[in-house]
Write a protein that binds this ligand. Structure first.
Ligand code: HEC
Length: 140
């Protein structure tokens, strides 16, 4: 009897852990530190133009010319994110997008810190944000 109930308690715990993992896997990977970063680039035509050019050169092959995720290329077989929709797996603030680009997030989405300087990354972020609506859970 005792052994059996211990089993039940143990398997109950595993169920809780499994459910927690499933929930966590569906939550976007929010980056609280990155959320604090402020985009230093002014939101003007010059920044957008610079960001657009950088995007066309470095990002469009995977993310597509309009950033809809339809560029067709991927290094490790992943699906390039649609950067114009409301889904932001790595966070939707300027700072989170900045860190995702600078540090990379996967074997497909590599770090850009050696290819682009911070100013250029912010320009790309500003350009992307001009295409994309804010996520539903966006805090001001
Ligand atoms: C070799 C293909 C490739 C290139 C080039 C590439 N990306 Fe990505 N990117 C991906 C893939 C695939 C993902 C999905 C990552 C994942 O979840 O594994 C991604 C994810 C992202 C994300 C996260 C989106 C989210 O939902 O949070 C951002 C932002 C992003 N890319 C921006 C860029 C920018 C800006 C550039 C150019 C500087 C770029 N990417 C270049 C393939 C690429």
């Amino acid at each position: 009897m005792y052994r059996k109930s211990k089993w039940l308690v143990l398997s109950g715990w595993w169920l809780v852990v499994a459910l927690a993992l499933i929930v966590m896997a569906q939550e976007p990977h929010r980056n609280v530190e990155a959320q604090k970063l402020k985009n230093p680039e002014p939101k003007n035509a010059e920044t957008l133009e610079a960001g657009k050019k950088l995007f066309a050169r470095h990002c469009a092959s995977c993310h597509g010319p309009q950033a809809k995720g339809d560029g067709g290329m991927a290094l490790a077989g992943g699906t390039p994110s649609d950067l114009t929709d409301e889904t932001w797996d790595y966070g939707s603030t300027d700072g989170e997008i900045f860190v995702a680009i600078r540090e990379g997030v996967s074997a497909d989405m590599l770090a850009y810190k050696d290819k682009l300087n911070d100013k250029q990354i912010w320009q790309v972020v500003t350009f992307i944000r001009s295409l994309a609506p804010k996520a539903k859970d966006e805090k001001p």
